[in-house]
Unconditional design. Structure first.
Length: 571
C-alpha cells in the first residue's frame, strides 16, 4: 500500500462537483481505495499497489468522475506526431540503457497544478521507483531546450553543469559530494566510471539522472506552458508505463501531447524488451503510446466469478463506470477497450473485480453453496511430506531458501549460459533480479552461509521454482522440486547415488541413470535420472570451479528431482 496527500477542495475542483468527506470515503472504498486520514482540509488517501495511475489528485478524480457517471467510458488521449528526437548513445548501455519521453504544450500551469506535478514526481520516485533505483523522471521547460537531445554517459570530470538550486557550475563528482540532493542519491552511481546525462543540441546539460536536473534547463515554474518529460531506467516496459501515467496527468491539465522519437544503438535489446507491447521500427521507437488496451470477457465466467446473474447490457453499464468502452458484442462474449494507464488489467478476473466494485460488494447477497465438502490435503502435498520424512530419517536437515535470487547465482556461478527466466523489473538491486528456476544454486548458497558448521553436512529442500511458459495465462509455471546434497572431505558421485537408492527403495521407484554433460557437474560424474523412460531429475558431483565460485572447499554430491513427475510415475 502507498499513500498520497491532497486537499478535499482540490478533489472537488477536479471532479467539478462539491464532495463531502463522508461521500469521498464511501466512493474511495467502492473503487478499492481508502481515506486513511483527514485533518481539516488536508486528506491522506491510501492506494493498493496495482493502481499507480491513481497516485495523484488528478488520477483519483479521473476515476471518480467515471464512477459517478460525470464522464462515461474510457478517457481518450491524443498524441500528435512530431520531429522531436532523442539519440541514445551506446555509452549508457551498461549503466542506464533506456529512456522514453513526451513533449506537452499549451499547459495551464496553475499553482495547484505545479505543486501536484512536483509532488507526484517525487512520490513516484519514492514508491514505484524505489527511491530512483528503478527509474528517474525529468521534467524541463521547453523554452530552454533545443532538439535533438542526446542521452549518453561520460567520466565525472567531463560532466559540468549548474545543478538545480545551485549558484555555480561544478563537475559531476563534486555534485555527488557537495550538493545535498547529489549526496542523498550518490549511492545509485556507486562503482560507475561513467555517469549518464542528457544534453541538448546547444550543448546544454539538462540533467544527470537519477540525481538532479540542471538549473538552466530544468526548473518548471507557474509561467511554464510547454514541457519536455523523460523517464530513464533499466527496463523499457516499466518506464513506458510511468511515462503514460504522467502523459495522462498532463493531458488532464489541458496540455497537448506530442510524441518523441528515440533512436537506440542496440536493436537487439529492443526485440527482447518490447514483447509486442510497444511498436518499434528497427532501432527507433516513438513514445508515448496511449492506444487503449483490449480485453474480451465471457459473461458466464464473470457471473460465475462474482456470484451474480448479470446480462450484457448490465455489465456494459457497470464497466463504463470503471473507464471501459465497448468494442463489440458476440453472443456471451464482449470486447472492451480500457485506458493504457490501467496497468492492473491482465486477465478476465481483473475485469470481474471491476464489475463487482461497480455493482457494489455490499449489494451482493450472501448465499450458501449448494454443495458440501470435506477438506483434505492434496495428494502431492502428502507425497512431499512423505519424502521429507524419509530424508529426515536418513539424517538430513531441511533447508528453506528464498524464491527471489539473481541471474548471477542461478546461471553464471553455476557455469551455465543464461536462459529465459522470470525476471523482475530490472531493479538496481542485482541480488534479487529473478525468481529461481532450480534449487541447487540456492542450496549451495545455504552451504556457503554454514560452511563453519560441523561436517558432514546433509541437507535438502523441497519447494517451488518458477519457469517461463507462454501457454499459461500467467506466462509462467510453478514446479515442485526436491534438491538433496551432501558434503564432506570424502564425498563423491556414489554418495549421492546411495541416498537416491535409499529413497527409491522406500518409495518403490524403479529408475536408471543415463550419462550426461552438465557444466556444473564433473565430467563423467553426472547423469540424468530416468524412470518409466521419463526424465525426472539430475544427479552429479559438483564441479570444482563451481565450488570455487561459491567459496566452498569440500566436495559436494547432489541430485535434483521434479517431485510432480516423480509422483506421476509412482501413481
Amino acid at each position: 500500500m502507498t499513500t498520497f496527500e491532497t486537499k478535499l477542495s482540490r478533489i472537488s475542483y477536479l471532479i467539478g462537483k462539491k464532495i463531502t468527506k463522508d461521500e469521498l470515503e464511501k466512493l474511495l472504498s467502492d473503487i478499492g481505495m481508502e481515506l486513511a486520514s483527514i485533518n481539516k482540509e488536508k486528506i491522506t488517501i491510501e492506494l493498493t499497489a496495482e493502481r499507480p495511475d491513481l497516485l495523484s489528485p488528478v488520477g483519483i478524480s479521473r476515476a471518480l468522475k467515471s464512477f459517478l457517471g460525470l464522464e462515461k467510458g474510457m478517457p481518450k488521449y491524443t498524441v500528435k506526431e512530431s520531429n522531436y528526437k532523442i539519440k541514445v548513445d551506446r555509452s549508457v548501455e551498461k549503466i542506464r540503457p533506456f529512456t522514453v519521453a513526451v513533449v506537452v504544450k499549451n499547459l495551464k500551469m496553475t499553482d495547484d497544478n505545479l505543486k501536484e506535478i512536483i509532488y507526484v514526481q517525487e512520490k513516484l520516485h519514492q514508491t514505484y521507483g524505489r527511491d530512483r533505483k528503478n527509474f528517474a523522471i525529468g521534467i524541463y521547460p521547453m523554452e530552454n531546450i533545443e532538439f535533438p537531445i542526446t542521452f549518453k554517459a561520460d567520466s565525472p570530470d567531463k560532466i559540468k553543469f549548474r545543478p538545480l538550486g545551485s549558484n555555480s557550475e561544478i563537475t559531476a563528482d563534486k555534485i555527488l559530494k557537495q550538493n545535498p540532493t547529489g549526496k542523498k542519491y550518490a549511492n545509485l552511481l556507486d562503482g560507475l566510471n561513467k555517469y549518464p546525462y542528457f544534453i541538448d543540441a546547444k550543448g546544454d546539460i539538462l540533467s544527470m539522472p537519477p540525481i538532479i536536473n540542471s538549473e538552466k534547463t530544468g526548473r518548471v515554474t507557474e509561467n511554464t506552458t510547454s514541457v519536455f518529460i523523460e523517464v530513464s531506467g533499466h527496463d523499457l516496459l516499466t518506464i513506458e508505463k510511468y511515462l503514460n501515467i504522467l502523459s495522462a496527468m498532463f493531458s488532464d491539465f489541458s496540455g497537448e501531447l506530442f510524441s518523441v522519437k528515440i533512436e537506440y544503438p542496440y536493436e537487439e535489446y529492443l526485440k527482447n524488451a518490447f514483447q509486442n507491447d510497444l511498436k518499434n521500427k528497427s532501432n527507433i521507437i516513438e513514445t508515448p503510446q496511449l492506444e487503449p488496451g483490449k480485453i474480451t470477457i465471457d459473461i458466464k465466467n464473470i457471473n460465475s466469478l462474482i456470484g451474480l446473474k448479470l446480462n450484457s447490457s448490465e455489465i456494459k453499464k457497470l464497466l463504463e463506470k470503471m473507464m471501459y468502452s465497448v468494442v463489440e458484442t458476440k453472443g456471451d462474449r464482449i470486447t472492451f477497450n480500457y485506458p493504457k494507464i490501467r496497468t492492473d488489467i491482465w486477465h478476465e478476473v481483473d475485469v470481474a473485480d471491476d464489475v463487482a466494485r461497480s455493482y457494489g460488494f455490499e449489494n451482493i447477497k450472501e448465499t450458501l453453496p449448494s454443495i458440501s465438502t470435506i477438506a483434505k490435503t492434496m495428494p502431492i502435498s502428502d507425497f512431499k511430506e512423505k519424502v521429507s520424512e524419509l530424508l529426515k530419517g536418513y539424517g538430513f536437515i531441511e533447508a528453506y531458501n528464498f524464491a527471489l535470487t539473481s541471474k548471477e547465482e542461478q546461471f553464471d556461478m553455476m557455469q551455465q549460459k543464461q536462459e529465459e527466466s522470470i525476471a523482475l523489473e530490472k531493479s538496481a538491486d542485482k541480488a534479487y533480479n529473478m525468481v529461481r528456476k532450480w534449487l541447487l544454486p540456492e542450496m549451495l548458497k545455504a552451504l556457503r552461509s554454514n560452511k563453519d558448521c560441523a561436517f558432514p553436512q546433509k541437507v535438502y529442500e523441497s519447494g517451488f521454482v518458477v519457469i517461463p511458459n507462454k501457454e499459461k495465462d500467467t506466462l509462467s509455471e510453478n514446479l515442485l522440486k526436491l534438491c538433496v546434497l551432501v558434503t564432506d572431505d570424502n564425498i563423491n558421485f556414489n554418495s549421492a547415488k546411495l541416498i537416491l537408492n535409499s529413497l527409491a527403495n522406500d518409495l518403490g521407484l524403479e529408475y536408471k541413470i543415463a550419462a550426461n554433460k552438465k557444466p556444473y557437474f564433473i565430467k563423467g560424474r553426472s547423469g540424468t535420472i530416468l524412470s518409466d523412460e521419463k526424465e525426472i531429475g539430475i544427479i552429479g558431483e559438483v564441479h570444482p570451479k563451481v565450488l570455487t565460485n561459491w567459496n566452498l572447499t569440500r566436495p559436494i554430491a547432489a541430485f535434483e528431482i521434479d517431485l510432480e513427475k516423480l509422483f506421476s510415475v509412482l501413481k
